[in-house]
Design a protein around this ligand. Structure first.
Ligand code: FNR
Length: 182
Protein backbone atom coordinates (compact mmCIF):
# COMPACT_ATOMS: atom_id res chain seq x y z
CA UNK A 1 0.00 0.00 0.00
CA UNK A 2 1.42 3.37 -1.00
CA UNK A 3 1.53 5.95 1.78
CA UNK A 4 0.55 9.41 0.62
CA UNK A 5 2.25 12.42 2.15
CA UNK A 6 0.97 15.98 1.66
CA UNK A 7 3.56 18.76 1.44
CA UNK A 8 2.20 22.16 2.43
CA UNK A 9 4.29 25.28 1.81
CA UNK A 10 3.45 28.46 3.69
CA UNK A 11 5.26 30.91 1.44
CA UNK A 12 3.27 31.87 -1.65
CA UNK A 13 6.08 33.60 -3.55
CA UNK A 14 7.52 32.07 -6.71
CA UNK A 15 11.16 32.04 -5.57
CA UNK A 16 10.38 30.77 -2.08
CA UNK A 17 13.27 29.06 -0.30
CA UNK A 18 10.78 26.98 1.66
CA UNK A 19 9.36 25.62 -1.60
CA UNK A 20 12.86 24.86 -2.89
CA UNK A 21 13.54 22.89 0.29
CA UNK A 22 10.17 21.12 -0.04
CA UNK A 23 11.02 20.07 -3.60
CA UNK A 24 14.25 18.48 -2.37
CA UNK A 25 12.43 16.71 0.48
CA UNK A 26 9.80 15.42 -1.98
CA UNK A 27 12.52 13.56 -3.87
CA UNK A 28 13.94 11.91 -0.72
CA UNK A 29 11.07 9.52 0.04
CA UNK A 30 11.67 5.78 -0.40
CA UNK A 31 9.62 3.38 -2.50
CA UNK A 32 6.13 2.87 -1.15
CA UNK A 33 5.75 6.57 -0.41
CA UNK A 34 4.24 9.26 -2.61
CA UNK A 35 4.83 12.88 -1.59
CA UNK A 36 2.64 15.49 -3.28
CA UNK A 37 2.18 19.22 -2.84
CA UNK A 38 -1.17 20.41 -1.50
CA UNK A 39 -1.54 23.99 -2.67
CA UNK A 40 -2.98 26.60 -0.30
CA UNK A 41 -2.46 29.89 -2.16
CA UNK A 42 -6.01 29.91 -3.55
CA UNK A 43 -7.79 29.52 -0.19
CA UNK A 44 -9.62 32.75 0.74
CA UNK A 45 -9.33 33.73 4.40
CA UNK A 46 -11.66 31.53 6.42
CA UNK A 47 -15.03 33.14 7.08
CA UNK A 48 -17.76 31.18 8.87
CA UNK A 49 -20.43 33.00 6.85
CA UNK A 50 -19.47 30.97 3.77
CA UNK A 51 -20.60 27.86 5.62
CA UNK A 52 -23.78 29.41 7.00
CA UNK A 53 -24.76 30.86 3.62
CA UNK A 54 -23.75 27.68 1.78
CA UNK A 55 -21.47 29.48 -0.63
CA UNK A 56 -18.05 28.16 0.36
CA UNK A 57 -15.24 28.78 -2.16
CA UNK A 58 -14.59 25.81 -4.45
CA UNK A 59 -10.98 25.74 -3.34
CA UNK A 60 -12.11 24.82 0.19
CA UNK A 61 -13.67 21.58 -1.12
CA UNK A 62 -10.63 20.80 -3.27
CA UNK A 63 -8.27 21.38 -0.36
CA UNK A 64 -10.29 19.36 2.17
CA UNK A 65 -10.45 16.41 -0.23
CA UNK A 66 -6.68 16.45 -0.79
CA UNK A 67 -6.06 16.63 2.96
CA UNK A 68 -8.40 13.72 3.62
CA UNK A 69 -6.62 11.53 1.05
CA UNK A 70 -3.20 11.81 2.72
CA UNK A 71 -1.66 9.62 5.40
CA UNK A 72 0.62 12.35 6.77
CA UNK A 73 1.79 15.91 6.21
CA UNK A 74 4.93 18.00 6.20
CA UNK A 75 4.52 21.74 6.65
CA UNK A 76 7.25 24.08 5.36
CA UNK A 77 7.00 27.49 6.91
CA UNK A 78 8.83 30.79 6.72
CA UNK A 79 8.78 32.95 9.84
CA UNK A 80 6.79 36.17 9.62
CA UNK A 81 7.25 38.38 12.67
CA UNK A 82 7.97 35.39 14.91
CA UNK A 83 4.94 33.34 13.86
CA UNK A 84 4.27 30.79 11.14
CA UNK A 85 3.02 31.84 7.71
CA UNK A 86 -0.60 33.02 7.89
CA UNK A 87 -1.43 30.99 4.76
CA UNK A 88 -0.72 27.81 6.74
CA UNK A 89 -2.81 28.91 9.71
CA UNK A 90 -5.66 29.67 7.32
CA UNK A 91 -5.30 26.26 5.63
CA UNK A 92 -5.38 24.51 9.01
CA UNK A 93 -8.57 26.37 9.88
CA UNK A 94 -10.24 25.59 6.53
CA UNK A 95 -9.67 21.83 6.83
CA UNK A 96 -10.72 21.83 10.50
CA UNK A 97 -14.28 22.85 9.54
CA UNK A 98 -17.24 22.26 9.41
CA UNK A 99 -17.28 21.71 13.18
CA UNK A 100 -16.99 18.00 14.00
CA UNK A 101 -15.83 17.13 10.48
CA UNK A 102 -12.16 18.06 10.62
CA UNK A 103 -10.13 16.51 7.82
CA UNK A 104 -6.90 16.40 9.85
CA UNK A 105 -7.50 13.57 12.35
CA UNK A 106 -4.91 11.61 14.31
CA UNK A 107 -2.19 11.47 11.68
CA UNK A 108 1.58 12.00 11.60
CA UNK A 109 2.98 15.41 10.69
CA UNK A 110 6.26 17.31 10.71
CA UNK A 111 7.34 20.93 10.54
CA UNK A 112 10.29 22.33 8.60
CA UNK A 113 11.11 26.01 8.92
CA UNK A 114 13.55 27.89 6.71
CA UNK A 115 14.66 31.49 6.95
CA UNK A 116 17.31 33.71 5.42
CA UNK A 117 17.88 34.86 9.01
CA UNK A 118 19.99 33.25 11.70
CA UNK A 119 17.24 31.65 13.81
CA UNK A 120 15.99 29.32 11.06
CA UNK A 121 12.39 30.24 11.77
CA UNK A 122 12.48 28.55 15.17
CA UNK A 123 9.67 30.68 16.63
CA UNK A 124 7.48 29.99 13.59
CA UNK A 125 8.22 26.29 13.89
CA UNK A 126 7.22 26.21 17.58
CA UNK A 127 4.01 28.14 17.00
CA UNK A 128 2.99 25.85 14.17
CA UNK A 129 3.66 22.65 16.14
CA UNK A 130 1.37 23.96 18.86
CA UNK A 131 -1.37 24.56 16.31
CA UNK A 132 -0.98 21.07 14.81
CA UNK A 133 -1.42 19.45 18.21
CA UNK A 134 -4.79 21.10 18.68
CA UNK A 135 -6.16 19.66 15.42
CA UNK A 136 -4.93 16.24 16.64
CA UNK A 137 -1.97 15.86 14.28
CA UNK A 138 1.07 14.19 15.85
CA UNK A 139 4.21 16.17 14.99
CA UNK A 140 7.55 14.38 14.69
CA UNK A 141 9.67 15.45 17.66
CA UNK A 142 13.20 14.72 16.44
CA UNK A 143 15.05 15.82 14.49
CA UNK A 144 13.80 19.40 14.66
CA UNK A 145 14.38 21.16 11.35
CA UNK A 146 15.30 24.84 11.49
CA UNK A 147 17.19 25.90 8.36
CA UNK A 148 19.02 29.16 9.07
CA UNK A 149 20.64 31.23 6.27
CA UNK A 150 18.77 28.97 3.87
CA UNK A 151 20.06 30.88 0.83
CA UNK A 152 23.53 29.56 1.67
CA UNK A 153 22.44 25.92 1.75
CA UNK A 154 22.13 25.61 -2.05
CA UNK A 155 24.96 25.75 -4.58
CA UNK A 156 24.93 27.77 -7.84
CA UNK A 157 23.27 24.88 -9.73
CA UNK A 158 20.45 24.74 -7.18
CA UNK A 159 21.61 21.54 -5.45
CA UNK A 160 21.66 21.30 -1.66
CA UNK A 161 25.09 21.39 -0.06
CA UNK A 162 26.14 17.96 1.18
CA UNK A 163 25.65 18.51 4.94
CA UNK A 164 22.14 19.85 4.44
CA UNK A 165 21.22 17.07 2.04
CA UNK A 166 22.38 14.45 4.55
CA UNK A 167 20.56 16.20 7.38
CA UNK A 168 17.31 16.41 5.42
CA UNK A 169 17.59 12.77 4.32
CA UNK A 170 17.93 11.83 8.00
CA UNK A 171 14.82 13.89 8.72
CA UNK A 172 12.84 12.14 5.96
CA UNK A 173 13.98 8.72 7.25
CA UNK A 174 12.80 9.65 10.77
CA UNK A 175 9.50 10.93 9.37
CA UNK A 176 8.98 7.68 7.45
CA UNK A 177 9.53 5.71 10.70
CA UNK A 178 7.04 8.02 12.40
CA UNK A 179 4.42 7.41 9.68
CA UNK A 180 5.04 3.65 9.78
CA UNK A 181 3.99 3.60 13.44
CA UNK A 182 0.43 4.58 12.49
C1 FNR B 1 10.17 38.06 7.34
N1 FNR B 1 11.35 37.36 7.57
C2 FNR B 1 11.62 36.90 8.86
N2 FNR B 1 12.66 36.04 9.10
C3 FNR B 1 12.87 35.54 10.33
O1 FNR B 1 13.80 34.75 10.52
N3 FNR B 1 12.09 35.92 11.39
C4 FNR B 1 11.04 36.78 11.25
O2 FNR B 1 10.34 37.06 12.22
C5 FNR B 1 10.80 37.30 9.95
N4 FNR B 1 9.76 38.17 9.74
C6 FNR B 1 9.38 38.47 8.44
C7 FNR B 1 8.18 39.17 8.24
C8 FNR B 1 7.74 39.39 6.96
C9 FNR B 1 6.42 40.09 6.74
C10 FNR B 1 8.52 38.96 5.84
C11 FNR B 1 8.02 39.18 4.43
C12 FNR B 1 9.72 38.33 6.04
C13 FNR B 1 12.25 37.00 6.47
C14 FNR B 1 11.89 35.66 5.87
O3 FNR B 1 12.52 34.65 6.62
C15 FNR B 1 12.41 35.59 4.43
O4 FNR B 1 11.69 36.52 3.65
C16 FNR B 1 12.29 34.18 3.84
O5 FNR B 1 13.00 34.13 2.64
C17 FNR B 1 10.83 33.82 3.59
O6 FNR B 1 10.72 32.50 3.14
P1 FNR B 1 10.52 32.13 1.60
O7 FNR B 1 9.47 33.02 1.01
O8 FNR B 1 11.84 32.34 0.93
O9 FNR B 1 10.12 30.69 1.62
Amino acid sequence: MTRKIGLIVGSLRKESWNRKVAEKVKAMFPEGYEAEFIEIGDLPLYNEDYEKEKNEPESYGRFRKEVEEKDGYIFFTPEYNRLCAPAIKNAIDVASRPYGKSKWGTRPAAVVSASVGSSGGMAANFSLRQNLIFVDLIPLQQPEVYLASVHELFDKEGALIKDTEDFLQGFVDAFVNHVDRF
